[in-house]
Design a protein around this ligand. Structure first.
Ligand code: F6P
Length: 500
């Protein structure tokens, strides 16, 4: 899964089952390009299965560049048993960082996903702050920084990913001043008033300032960061630049995207086209198909979206005979209480709506709680007349871009929350406030009624935009910014200025 429930299928590995060290490549002792992320880009369903490359745009965007530059990926293997020793897989050197079950509870489920995740998503659930979560966060970040310092070649470029690892740039800068460090935040960066709640706000800001480039999904995120640096640290930011001692830190937006050609190719595949026809026929040719695809996360607004559909069905303007919603909800972070609660809220609503508006043999909501293989996902995108993407807050939301990429015949309507990063680019979507149930019901009604000419005008314009900037452009832009970042490095005998 990528950050937005991209359900791409994984590619098979050549590793032999149950072994950590594969012989599929000569292991480099150190990397010229190092990616540091909470998770490794590989997974396996059980210890006896082979490694598989994980699905998702980030992995597919970085993989070619990593292979080209003797890349190393440093991350968590998902459990202590999964891997302890470095191993090669499909030409990439993976270095596992061990995280104990107790640390998973405090660093991952606790500080990352119960303090930072809700806080950074506009506190749409109350963030919890605990000192017994913060210390493991520091400890695990330090372990990532130390592993990276051991593995990075002299003057290597290091790309640190996401909110789990915000202290790594600062720690790494101290351990290895020769490195060029980029940090990219995949989720929103909150406004000053919200971030200010965080008891460890200054440490997080200083941690991020260890990077040469701090990347955000939107300009607003970068501006929030610079305002916070000005308010809570002794450093000064002007425009996109922050002076940290003699270093120049750049803070700016790098909106992430998808592998557009891959989705287009899937949408042209005859087998997938047939499957889309089959889905349409199964759901009823005469019915308007609405589709939602999300990780089962409280930030995604699935519950209010369901209530908007309920309103429409109750209004008398639509019935189960002319309207159907397919809601795909991918299980996520199931040990965190708020995720257990959102699941039960959503499932209760699905039951209520189907009970009230369904008929024998026909229900208004088809609820699939699972990850779909990418072929099935694309078939659903192609079958859907209206795509509902209504998070309360989202860094980007790649599902919205995937839907548009798959609409090769220029039909379909995207109903999109104005609080997603994607809404900046996909401004020809029907934009909605996901907190406004009446407004969403009206927007869905408008989408259902939209003429084919109007649909084509909007889809065409949005497809052109996403074709102009793919995930590969994102990777090149970000890496290019890190490459050209000037930094002072402590070399033997003094301070040398480096820039390229
Ligand atoms: O969007 C942030 C993110 O961490 C993605 O990188 C990831 O795919 C998704 O959320 C789910 O994350 P995880 O299962 O690692 O908590």
């Amino acid at each position: 899964m990528n950050s937005d429930a991209d359900a791409a299928s994984a590619s098979p590995s050549s590793d032999s089952p149950g072994t950590d060290v594969s012989t599929d490549d000569v292991s480099p002792p150190s990397g010229d390009l190092v990616v540091v992320a909470n998770r490794l880009p590989v997974h396996r369903s059980c210890l006896a299965s082979p490694w598989e490359t994980s699905p998702g745009g980030l992995v597919s965007a970085l993989m070619p560049i990593l292979r080209e530059h003797h890349g190393v990926w440093i991350g968590w293997a998902g459990s202590l048993e999964a891997a302890s020793e470095p191993f090669s897989h499909e030409g990439l050197f993976n270095v596992p960082v061990p995280i104990s079950p107790e640390e998973v509870e405090n660093y991952y489920e606790g500080f990352s996903n119960s303090s930072l995740w809700p806080l950074y998503h506009d506190a749409c659930q109350t963030p919890h702050y605990h000192r017994h979560w913060w210390n493991p966060y520091v400890q695990v970040n330090r372990r990532f920084a130390e592993k990276t310092a051991e593995r990075a070649a002299p003057h290597a470029r290091v790309l640190v990913q996401d909110y789990h690892l915000q202290l790594v740039p600062g720690m790494l800068r101290e351990l290895r001043p020769d490195l060029r460090i980029g940090f990219f935040l995949h989720i929103p960066f909150p406004p000053v008033e919200l971030f200010a709640q965080l008891p460890w706000r200054q440490q997080i800001l200083e941690g991020l300032l260890g990077a040469d480039v701090v990347g955000f999904q939107t300009r607003a995120g970068a501006q929030n960061f610079i305002r916070l640096v000005n308010r809570y640290t002794s450093h000064r930011g002007v425009g996109q630049a922050i002076m940290v001692g003699q270093r120049h830190v750049q803070a700016r937006e790098f909106p992430i995207s998808i592998d557009v050609e891959r989705f287009e190719a899937l949408a042209r595949d005859p087998a997938i086209r047939d499957r889309a026809q089959e889905i349409r026929a199964e759901l009823g040719e005469h019915r308007t198909i609405l589709l939602g695809v999300d990780r089962l996360d409280y930030t995604k607004g699935i519950d209010l979206r369901l209530r908007a559909v309920d309103e429409l069905l109750g209004s008398g303007r639509h019935s189960v005979n002319d309207l159907v919603l397919v809601q795909v909800s991918v299980p996520s972070r199931e040990s965190v209480d708020e995720y257990v609660e959102v699941r039960s809220r959503v499932e209760k609503l699905v039951g209520q709506i189907n009970g009230e508006h369904g008929e024998v043999g026909q229900v208004p909501v088809h609820y699939l709680r699972r990850n779909l293989p990418i072929e099935e996902l694309v078939a659903n995108y192609m079958a859907a007349d209206v795509m509902l993407v209504t998070p309360f807050r989202d860094g980007m939301n790649l599902v919205a871009k995937e839907y548009i990429a798959c609409r090769l015949d220029d039909t379909g309507v995207l109903v999109l929350s104005e609080f997603t990063g994607a809404a900046r680019e996909l401004d020809r979507a029907v934009l909605v406030n996901p907190h406004d149930i009446d407004g969403m019901a009206q927007a869905i009604d408008r989408a259902i009624a939209m003429s084919k000419t109007e649909q084509a005008r909007r889809v065409r314009s949005m497809r052109q935009k996403i074709r102009r900037r793919t995930v590969f452009d994102w990777a090149n832009d970000f890496l290019g910014a890190v490459d050209s970042a000037s930094s002072f490095s402590m070399a033997a005998g003094g301070v040398t200025r480096e820039s390229s």
